[in-house]
Design a protein around this ligand. Sequence first.
Ligand SMILES: [Zn+2]
Length: 571
Amino acid sequence: MRKSHRSFPWCLAALPLLALALATAPAAEAQIADLRTEAEELEYARHTSHDRMVEYLQALQAQSLDMRLGTYGKTREGRDLVYAVFSRPLVSKPWEAMVSGKPVVLLAANIHGGERTYRESLLVLLREMAQRGTAVNRMLDDMIIVVAPSINPDGLEAQPNPTRANAFGFDMNRDYMKLTQPEIAQYLGNLVQQWRPHLMVDGHNGGARPYNLTYQGGGAAGGDQRLTRICDEEIFPAIDRRLEAEGYLSWYYGRDQDRERWTGLVEHPRMGHNYGPMANIISILFEAPGGQNLGTGAAAGVYGHLAVLEFVQQNARRIVDLVEDARAETVRIGKAGEGQIPVTQRFVPADYRVSYKIVETVDEEQQIVDVTDAEILIKPEATLLRDRPYAYLLPRQADAAVAMLQRHGILVEQLQEPVELEVQAYVLDGIEYRPHFGHAAGTFVSVGEVVTVSRPFPRGTYVVPTGQTMGRIVTHILEAESGDNLVTWNTMDAWLPKPELARIAAEGEGPGTEGQQARQTQQAQQVREGQQTRPGQQPGQQQASEPPPPYLPIFKLIQPTALPTRIVDNW
Ligand SMILES: [Zn+2]
């Protein structure tokens, strides 16, 4: 028996097409339209459980000629991480999508386990994609769509209540740089790096009333700004028009807002929507504001995603060209060692003024206020710039650092013979260990002088070229002052001086010999690695009287230089 479509009036608009499809399609296709999510069956009194979601997706797949269903990994607790691919003709492998010349779109949601509204929107959209004759299904001639509706099913199924974090307590939307958690590492490694989407949408719950859907583009200053500009100038206005036509309101995500200014979300690339443009992907954050029921929020989400897909369909060539150009530009500036890298940043007002709505409480009553001619703080501005090198050089035993780079799909090479190079070095000014984003012992360094030195690099030294598609991630993750990099996440601790050990040794505390031995062992190691050479001093010369200033153990080769390297295997 067919159930009512009343939760989603847009389905009514598609009814004549649906009737046509019913008249001509095989019997199996008619059954797709009859499938309902658990939440729809319960009229959105509850969310769809993980198991019912998997059953529903399998039922869709069983009856669709345009859908493939698979898993891209498993969670900490062993749940399947499911994804679906849609296209016509149906592609088999990511490289087929790439050579098709069509845009690839990745729609994902629920990285925060308790944020489930757009997971429900995607489940409804998946049915429309699977079913011949619908408006969304017709788009499959023009694009490849990959959907991962639930990135954190362990958080979703946590008892007694869903959690923001995964089963091990990690907020995975802060883990995009260190990639320690299997769910997010598999999402990036097995979906994003394989399918290389031109555009991706990440669905959350948050944002301000009175809006039904809020959005933001990538805010990292280190990303290609054209990838965010197309969101601000074209895609978001298209979403606004689409939602308004259906009776919903949409606007930017708001962290803080009043009659003077609208403040968007923070800028760190450790968050998915900011990571996107750093990886040369047009990236959209969707947040479903509270204060609306689940059915309304999910319906607004369906229209929001639909507006994005319509934009991609109408601008397919332009989107592919823009992203390919951003990838090529990233490679070009890296190979030239050109320009500067924004290492830290802040948001400043955009060059234009905006109008929006806010909710204010007056005499204990909430009222909607129309604000006009206000500032919007979404424009990234660098607060610290460093030179972009041709390549970074890492000590030959920095395997944990290399593993972290490789989790991002970054190419790493290794010197096959020793070379002497003129490099840029950071003189270390201080080191501090403190908790950072749920991690107990983040390492923070302060940099003093930046000097140019000539020094030997032994066979085995790791070389990380910035002239690669992931070059913008390379520079963020290898600049130690970014607050979210190889140094922060402890992969370089072995090469950093230990002030505490030095103090113990100097003051003769405790047994003494242990501290001295530790320091001597470390200094010996640093001498072997050639890290304690002073500016202007010949390599290998050590002055006995005065210890040389320690350098950060990540050196920067600014000049493009041919090197005797080989790719580090990552099979
Ligand atoms: Zn969230």
